[in-house]
Design a protein around this ligand. Structure first.
Ligand SMILES: [Zn+2]
Ligand SMILES: [Zn+2]
Length: 390
């Protein structure tokens, strides 16, 4: 049974009911007609048998609300009434993406796309039998994008607006590829299956139809916006939650934020490559924050309680013991980046002993006194001795 047969069949007419008939009316009419044309009551009458099949097929579709809706939608799209955009009367009402039906497939011109229309209609009509509806859901594609975060947003987590660009149905022709006011035809070469078979001696090879390049449809007047491909680049903006503690170069996965699924399939995932703007003061070392702070010679020598900046704005006290050499690192616990488990990393404070640049008289005198007091100490003494020994 060809696609054209499906599309041209009027199940309402077959059951002698109106398009707006209630489920009850449909059932009643079906019973009446089924009794009348039942093969048992019409032995040897091929016309009655044909009519009985027609009634059964129609009832099989119209008695199932979901299948009836799909049938209605398909007919309003392809049927005698001409093409009607799917957005009409609520975009959510359409059970499948037009772009998908007409698309040339994701990876190549023909690969994988063959038979999609056949699949779609096969599922829609239960394969023409009583197999039930099985419009195959399809998972949306994974999408990859990049985001640049401020340093503290990477630490604390944030919500970012991401503009995603992807290929979708052409808005001008709603994915049909046909010029406004025209409708694509079911491909006569493959009857809409998108596949043709070729005999190669002992076996038959199934391949994408050359006439329609696997689409199952032919466009006579191509849409000027998309040159008949039915596809166009479109963009959407989504809000994405970036978890706390991401670091520069990390690739994070946001489940279900990729391309929307089709026919009820789940959405794909979104992968965001994160770039973190360096902070003028703080650095990162895993879950720990790093900061380098200047200390005076006397603070290092005598010991001190110093205030160091923290990312949260409130200074943190760090105790420097007497005799602290330059370059030593102290740990302020829990003042670093948030970890996945909700605890915090540490703030690693590295001290950098400053040499006074401008000494006033009193300071100079004090240092000269200090020099005199430590005159016997030569910090290079040990080094010189070792150098002599080797
Ligand atoms: Zn178009
Ligand atoms: Zn074809």
């Amino acid at each position: 049974m060809s696609t054209r047969d499906f599309l041209e069949k009027d199940y309402y007419k077959a059951l002698d009911v109106s398009k707006t008939a209630s489920a009850d009316e449909i059932k009643k009419s079906y019973r009446k007609l089924a009794r009348k044309y039942h093969p048992d009551a019409n032995k040897g009458d091929p016309k009655a048998e044909e009519r009985f099949k027609e009634i059964s097929e129609a009832y099989n579709t119209l008695s199932d609300p979901k299948r009836r809706k799909e049938y209605d939608d398909a007919r309003s799209l392809f049927g005698s009434g001409g093409f009607r955009p799917p957005g009409q009367g609520g975009a959510g009402g359409f059970p499948f993406d037009l772009g998908d039906i007409f698309s040339g497939g994701g990876t190549g011109t023909t690969s994988g796309s063959g038979g999609r229309l056949g699949d779609l209609l096969g599922g829609m009509f239960g394969g023409g039998g009583r197999g039930g509806t099985q419009t195959r859901p399809r998972r949306g594609a994974d999408v990859e994008t990049e985001a640049t975060l401020a340093f503290h947003d990477a630490i604390d987590g944030t919500t970012v607006s991401l503009r995603l660009t992807g290929e979708g149905a052409c808005p001008t022709c709603h994915g049909t590829g046909a010029k406004s006011g025209t409708v694509p035809r079911v491909c006569p070469n493959c009857q809409g299956t998108g596949q043709t078979s070729r005999n190669l001696g002992s076996y038959a090879l199934s391949e994408p139809c050359r006439e329609c390049r696997g689409r199952g449809l032919v466009v006579d007047d191509p849409c000027p916006a998309c040159s008949g491909s039915g596809r166009a680049m479109s963009s959407r903006t989504i809000q994405a939650r970036i978890p706390a503690g991401v670091s520069d170069g990390q690739r994070i996965r946001l489940r279900g934020k990729g391309a929307p699924g089709e026919r009820g399939g789940p959405a794909g995932d979104l992968y965001v490559r994160v770039h973190v703007t360096p902070h003028p003061i703080f650095g990162r070392s895993g879950d720990n924050l790093t900061v380098s702070v200047p200390v005076t010679f006397t603070e290092a020598a005598l010991g001190a309680e110093i205030k160091v900046p923290s990312l949260r704005g409130v200074p943190v006290s760090v105790r420097i013991p007497s005799g602290t050499p330059t370059g030593r690192t102290f740990r302020a616990r829990g003042k670093g980046a948030r970890r996945k488990d909700g605890t915090n990393g540490d703030l690693l404070v590295t001290v950098n002993v400053q040499v006074p640049q401008n000494l006033n008289g009193t300071a100079r005198q004090a240092l000269e006194s200090f020099r005199d007091a430590t005159a016997g100490e030569d910090p290079r003494e040990n080094l010189l001795r070792r150098a002599r020994q080797t």
